[in-house]
Ligand binder design. Sequence first.
Ligand SMILES: Cc1cc2nc3c(=O)[nH]c(=O)nc-3n(C[C@H](O)[C@H](O)[C@H](O)COP(=O)(O)OP(=O)(O)OC[C@H]3O[C@@H](n4cnc5c(N)ncnc54)[C@H](O)[C@@H]3O)c2cc1C
Length: 461
Amino acid sequence: MTDPDLLIIGGGIAGLAAARTARNLGLGVTLADDRPAVGGNILAGVGGNVPDKASAIVRRGAALIEAASKIDLRSGTQALRIDADLTTQLVTGAAPVETLHPKRLLLATGALERPVPLKGGTLPGVMMAGAAQLLLKTSGALPTGRTILAGSGPLLYLVAKQMISAGVTPAALVETTPRQSLRDGLAGIVAARHAPEMLWQGAAMLLALRRAGVPWYRQASELTVLGEERAEGLRFRDAQGVPQKLRADLILLHDGVIPNDHATRSLGCAEIWHDGRQAYQPQADLWGETRLPGVFVAGDCAGVTGAAAAEQAGILAALQIAYQLGQIDAARRDALACSPRRILKRQTAFRPFLEARYPPRLSVPAALDDAVIVCRCENVTAGALRAAIRHGATGADQLKSFTRCGMGRCQGRSCALAMTGLIASETGTAMNDLRRQSVRAPLKPVPLGQIAGLPAMEEGA
Ligand SMILES: Cc1cc2nc3c(=O)[nH]c(=O)nc-3n(C[C@H](O)[C@H](O)[C@H](O)COP(=O)(O)OP(=O)(O)OC[C@H]3O[C@@H](n4cnc5c(N)ncnc54)[C@H](O)[C@@H]3O)c2cc1C
């Protein structure tokens, strides 16, 4: 197989938009996405069960998916290992590992829901709201029994609205979002002048919840999932501090989303802590090129800014790559970049309002009870992590060796952020000054046989 000019990892809206632009400019493009069908999170299930099919972003996304049939498209393919010289190992199902040497690499690996360590949160019957949404979109699966949505962020309203439209009304919405002052409300209206459609979408979601008569608890705190063998209910304090207990068969949690930066971290790309987004993100220039030459990032993995912004960031990265590879000159690149830059500016201008309005509340490390399980793969509690930090394990890798936190199947995707947050709160260090847990290949679990089959292993390297 010939090596592509551009290898894109991640077939969400950012990766797909980059692929179409790059191909139209004459580049050879390979796109790998680990799901059975491309589309990423917002376009999951397009053509099937996806709700809100009429929305502009979903329509544009469907066109991008169609255009992707013209490139070397690998769905069900995951990036196993990426080296700084861009050599990338891909694996599809049980097939032998394939090695590519692209001229440029674009990581468009999207976002993950912010993991929520919560008392009782590892019981069966608790899952993330976005995961339930993906099941709805990709297979039409709907929650049964009394379902409570809990946490904070617009995705919570969206999932509730989509459930209602599909005929299942949530038993309650338990929101941890802080009280909105008149000043916050005005700030929202001012911010919305950049992207008024966001305000309308938000209003439509809230209206759907009100119309359906969903019991709505605001400014909730001290959430605990109740149950022994499985989730049976949710306990919390309401806005007045009064204890509440609700019966539930299924609890869907959400506390915002964070960049899926596993691949960039494995490459050692420099990262910064974004205070507003309460997350780390790779450092990149205006075209998305990281501090590692030839490695680009676009979309939510570069910093969560939403689907419309992800699309434009993908286009910008492709333009710069086409320029670097001699397909277009600087004048054409800059002319083609005008419109994406304008849209991107508008979309990102609205984000600070959303970030301030919906701060993560369920997952604040300093507030975690010692008994809460932080690393669900290895069953490591916040108390065990705090004890190890007090014994001197103040580096993330050291803490991992001391406690096994982050050593399990998810390789730290679910616990690394809370673990770093605990080090920060226990030692009084700023998040930006902490070195994060190292990420090593394989980026996602694969059968040992596939690794054993690698040529380098046969040579004993
Ligand atoms: C669970 C979830 C649900 C969401 N639902 C909505 C919604 O309904 N509406 C909305 O406006 N926004 C939603 N968002 C936010 C939205 O996903 C993003 O703003 C937008 O989709 C970002 O596009 P993207 O291309 O950057 O990434 P994504 O759309 O996330 O696409 C990234 C793709 O990369 C793939 N990938 C990751 N790692 C690898 C690897 N190692 N190898 C191969 N492939 C890989 C992923 O499987 C995924 O298909 C959701 C976010 C999450 C996490």
